[in-house]
Design a protein around this ligand. Structure first.
Ligand SMILES: NC(=O)c1ccc[n+]([C@@H]2O[C@H](COP(=O)([O-])OP(=O)(O)OC[C@H]3O[C@@H](n4cnc5c(N)ncnc54)[C@H](OP(=O)(O)O)[C@@H]3O)[C@@H](O)[C@H]2O)c1
Length: 344
């Protein structure tokens, strides 16, 4: 399989490192991978017979400019170079998320699919905005669109629903889909501290990002819920359809009160059907001890699907960070190689 790696930041580099680390496993799978392109926003590397990934990883640790790479680095290698030659089978798209336009990923994903190239993306933007259209495009061109990384990374929310619940209708979705907020709420409960103190702690140990707004205000959870709802419940909802409330207003008194009642606050993303209408909400909810999401602690995540014929299934755990995110991309790649079809 010939690959183009587009986006060579945290996840992109971890992905190329994994290809080196997992070489013998991939060989056992019968997967002979050649990375023909690695591209970032400023330059790229092209090697028609495959880039030496181990050497490129060593190089990028010392010099951040891909155009300086001796074996094929150039400022003139970009996405158009790939589309001009079309000498790849899979586009691995890992550019930054833009939730309003989906760009640049939207154009990259579309053009690759239109040209009969499989796509695996870690980028929520295009998937939140246009999953159904992109998936139809993939089907029309007999290629696959792998998006397992876009909603939970290592936690197999997408593939668990698509593959392991095939033939069953998913009636409702609920999940603790954001590890940062789950950690903050747990700290408030265990240490009796305020939201701001818990957030500060999460930032100090690298769990919360420098700008945690999207996490703490619930938008990250809403984006993941939207992706899962559209894919697994065959909907075409938008982010405006989700009623979103984050955890910034939670007080130590509320947390203590829940504790006294034997309950815990979790930031829950929920899609449910009420009298024929679909409701999507993200908000802090007090969960009883019997609830399957009650024991999802620390920065763990989980999703629960209630279905018509397979019952009530909860998937939990999974590592977080760039390597697990990259590993979820590799998982999609192997599944495509094995012949799994993501398109309905
Ligand atoms: N980090 C995670 O744990 C994680 C988990 C799941 C999903 N994701 C998603 O995966 C994607 C990548 O995340 P990341 O953490 O690797 O981001 P990142 O470190 O910011 O890397 C983004 C990469 O995309 C490149 N890029 C930007 N604009 C481009 C363009 N127009 N054409 C080609 N390349 C372009 C950047 O180039 P420069 O190097 O030149 O700036 C950079 O190499 C994001 O959509 C993110 O939301 C991340």
């Amino acid at each position: 399989m010939r690959l183009a790696v587009v986006g060579f930041g945290g996840v992109g580099r971890a992905f190329v490192e994994l290809l080196v680390l997992k070489r013998s496993l991939l060989y056992d799978e019968g997967l002979d991978i050649k990375v023909n392109y690695v591209i970032n926003s400023r330059a790229g590397v092209y090697a028609p017979d495959g880039i030496d990934c181990a050497s490129l990883i060593k190089f990028i640790q010392k010099d951040n400019d891909l155009s300086h790479y001796k074996n094929g680095g150039s400022k003139n290698i970009n996405f158009d170079s790939i589309m001009n030659k079309k000498d790849i089978d899979v586009l691995v798209e890992m550019t930054p998320t833009n939730k309003k336009t989906g760009e640049p990923g939207m154009t990259y994903v579309k053009r690759a699919l239109e040209n009969g190239i499989h796509v695996i993306t870690s980028n929520k933007g295009p998937i939140m905005l246009a999953y159904k259209k992109l998936n139809m495009l993939a089907a029309r061109h007999s290629v696959q669109l792998g998006i397992g990384c876009t909603s939970g990374g290592a936690l197999p929310t997408v593939n668990g629903g698509l593959i392991d619940m095939a033939g069953s209708a998913i009636l409702s979705i609920e999940g603790v889909l954001n590890g940062t907020t789950n950690y903050i709420l747990e700290q408030m409960e265990q240490e009796g501290i305020t939201y701001h103190e818990a957030l500060k702690k999460a930032m100090e140990i690298g769990i919360a990002e420098a700008d945690p707004t999207l996490d703490v205000e619930g938008w990250d959870t809403a984006s993941k819920l939207l992706i899962l709802t559209n894919i697994l419940m065959n909907e075409e909802k938008t982010i405006e359809d989700v009623s979103v409330e984050g955890i910034t207003g939670i007080t130590p008194e509320q947390i203590e009160q829940a504790k006294q009642e034997g309950k815990k606050y979790k930031l829950v993303g929920r899609t449910q059907n009420k009298a024929g209408a679909l409701y999507m909400t993200v908000r802090p909810e007090k969960l009883d001890e019997w609830h399957p999401l009650y024991r999802i602690d620390g920065k763990n995540k989980a999703v629960r699907y209630v279905s018509d014929t397979l019952g009530d299934l909860t998937i939990s755990g999974g590592a977080s960070g760039v390597t697990p995110a990259a590993a979820s991309i590799l998982r999609d790649l192997i599944n495509i190689h094995r012949g799994y079809r993501y398109s309905r």
